[in-house]
Write a protein that binds this ligand. Structure first.
Ligand SMILES: C[S@@+](CC[C@H](N)C(=O)[O-])C[C@H]1O[C@@H](n2cnc3c(N)ncnc32)[C@H](O)[C@@H]1O
Length: 364
C-alpha cells in the first residue's frame, strides 16, 4: 500500500466523507519535493491535519529532523498515532510556532486570514532568508486576500496551477517585520479586554453567540469549579472568574490557550483562571466539575460536522458531577437538543432568538 494510504484520522472525528490525507497534502508534498531534497534538515510543517505532510516529507522525500506545529491538539494526536502505526520517527512537535532557520515550510492554509498572517509573520521573522513557503488549500477556500497577506511578509508570492481542486501559493524572500499578534481590544459594553492570536475564534471581537451565553451565566457569587470548554480567547472564563468560580479554560487550539491566558491576565483574573490545551477535556477527572460553559464549534478548520460539537457535549457530561450543569449556546436551526439530553442529561431552554438558543443541561 502506498505510504500516504496507510494514514488514518484517528482520534479525529471520523465520517465517510472525511479523509486523513487530502489532495492539498499530496500537492504540497509533490511541489516541495525538490526543495526538501536540497534541504532535508530544514523542513517545518504548519497545520498538518493528520501527519501526512510531516511523515510524508520524511518517508517519501528523506527529510530529517522535521519540525511540526499545528494549532489543533487533535492534529498532534493524529500525527503521533500515524507515526506509531507506520513506524516513522524523525520529527519534533512544536507547541508554539517557531520557524528559526527553516528552509522549506509546508502549510495547510488556515481558514482565518489572521491565522495565515500570524504564520507568515512568524516564518518571515525566523526562517532562513532562502526559505520557500508552500501554502496549500482547496481552491474554493483560497482567496486573493491570501496572496496579499503573504505579500506583506514575503517579496515574491505566486500561485501554482490547481490540481484536483487544490492549489498552492509559493512565497520566497522573507521580509521580517514587527509581529502584529497578539492583538487586543477593549469592549467597554462588556467590561472586558480581549487578547487574540491570529487563529483564535472571533479574534478580538466577541461573537454574538458568546454574548447570548454571557447573558445567561450565573451572576455570582458562585463557588466551585467551572470549566470554559473550547475557551477561545477566554471571554466566558473571565466572566466566570468574576462571578467567583475557580475556572479551567480549556481549548484544543494553541492560539486559543495563548489568547485565553493573555485575556485572563489583561482582565486581572489570571489567579482564578487555569488554562490548558487539551482535546475535549481529556485530562480532567470525571465528575469533578460543578459548571461547564461551552460555545461549541460546528466546524474544525474547513470541516463542518455535527460530531465535533457532540464530542464536547460528551466531554461535559463526563466531567460534570451529578447535579452539575452544562450551559451551552448554538445556532437555533441546529438540532443539538437530543444530543444534549443523551450526552449530559435533562435540557431546558434559557433563551432563544432567531439566531441563538441557550440551554442548561443537568447531569443526572
Ligand atoms: C465557537 S468557538 C468558541 C470560543 C469561545 N468560547 C467564545 O465563545 O468566544 C469554539 C472553540 O472550541 C474549540 N474546540 C474545538 N474542538 C475542540 C476540542 N476537541 N477540544 C477542545 N476545544 C475544542 C475551538 O478551538 C474554539 O476555540
Amino acid at each position: 500500500m502506498a505510504f500516504l494510504d496507510q494514514l488514518r484520522r484517528d482520534p479525529d472525528v471520523e465520517a465517510p466523507d472525511l479523509v486523513a490525507v487530502d489532495a492539498t497534502d499530496r500537492l504540497l508534498l509533490d511541489e516541495a519535493a525538490a526543495a526538501i531534497a536540497v534541504h532535508p534538515d530544514g523542513v517545518l510543517t504548519v497545520g498538518d491535519t493528520h501527519g501526512a505532510l510531516t511523515l510524508g516529507a520524511i518517508v517519501l522525500h528523506g527529510a530529517t529532523g522535521v519540525r511540526a506545529h499545528t494549532d489543533l491538539r487533535v492534529a498532534e494526536l493524529a500525527l503521533a498515532a500515524n507515526a506509531e502505526r507506520t513506524g516513522t520517527t524523525g520529527f519534533t512537535v512544536l507547541p508554539q510556532l517557531d520557524a528559526t532557520g527553516a528552509r522549506v515550510v509546508l502549510v495547510q492554509a488556515p481558514k482565518a486570514l489572521d491565522a495565515l498572517r500570524e504564520v507568515a509573520e512568524v516564518v518571515a521573522a525566523g526562517a532562513d532568508p532562502s526559505v520557500t513557503v508552500y501554502v496549500g488549500g482547496r481552491v474554493k477556500h483560497m482567496t486573493r486576500a491570501m496572496n496579499d497577506v503573504l505579500g506583506d511578509s514575503f517579496t515574491d508570492v505566486h500561485a501554482t496551477l490547481a490540481r484536483q481542486k487544490s492549489r498552492l501559493l509559493v512565497a520566497t524572500g522573507p521580509r521580517p517585520g514587527t509581529p502584529s499578534f497578539p492583538r487586543s481590544a477593549e469592549h467597554p459594553d462588556l467590561g472586558v479586554t480581549v487578547v487574540a492570536h491570529g487563529a483564535a475564534f472571533a479574534g478580538t471581537k466577541v461573537d454574538l453567540g458568546t454574548r447570548a451565553l454571557l447573558r445567561q451565566l450565573p451572576a455570582g457569587p458562585g463557588g466551585g469549579r467551572a470549566v470554559d470548554l473550547g475557551c477561545g480567547t477566554g471571554v466566558l472564563a473571565v466572566a466566570l472568574a468574576r462571578a467567583g468560580f475557580s475556572v479551567l479554560a480549556s481549548d484544543a487550539s494553541a492560539a486559543a490557550v495563548a489568547s485565553a491566558a493573555a485575556t485572563a491576565a489583561a482582565n486581572g483574573v489570571a489567579d482564578r483562571v487555569e488554562v490548558t490545551r487539551d482535546d475535549a477535556l481529556a485530562g480532567v477527572e470525571p465528575g469533578s466539575v460543578d459548571l461547564v460553559v461551552c460555545n461549541p464549534p460546528f466546524h474544525q478548520g474547513t470541516t463542518v460536522h455535527a460530531g465535533i460539537a457532540d464530542r464536547l457535549f460528551a466531554a461535559a457530561g463526563r466531567v460534570l458531577r451529578p447535579g452539575g450543569q452544562l450551559l451551552t449556546v448554538y445556532n437555533s436551526h441546529l438540532p443539538h437538543r437530543a444530543a444534549l439530553r443523551r450526552l449530559v442529561g435533562p435540557t431546558r431552554q434559557l433563551s432563544r432568538d432567531p439566531r441563538f438558543t441557550v440551554t442548561a443541561s443537568t447531569r443526572l
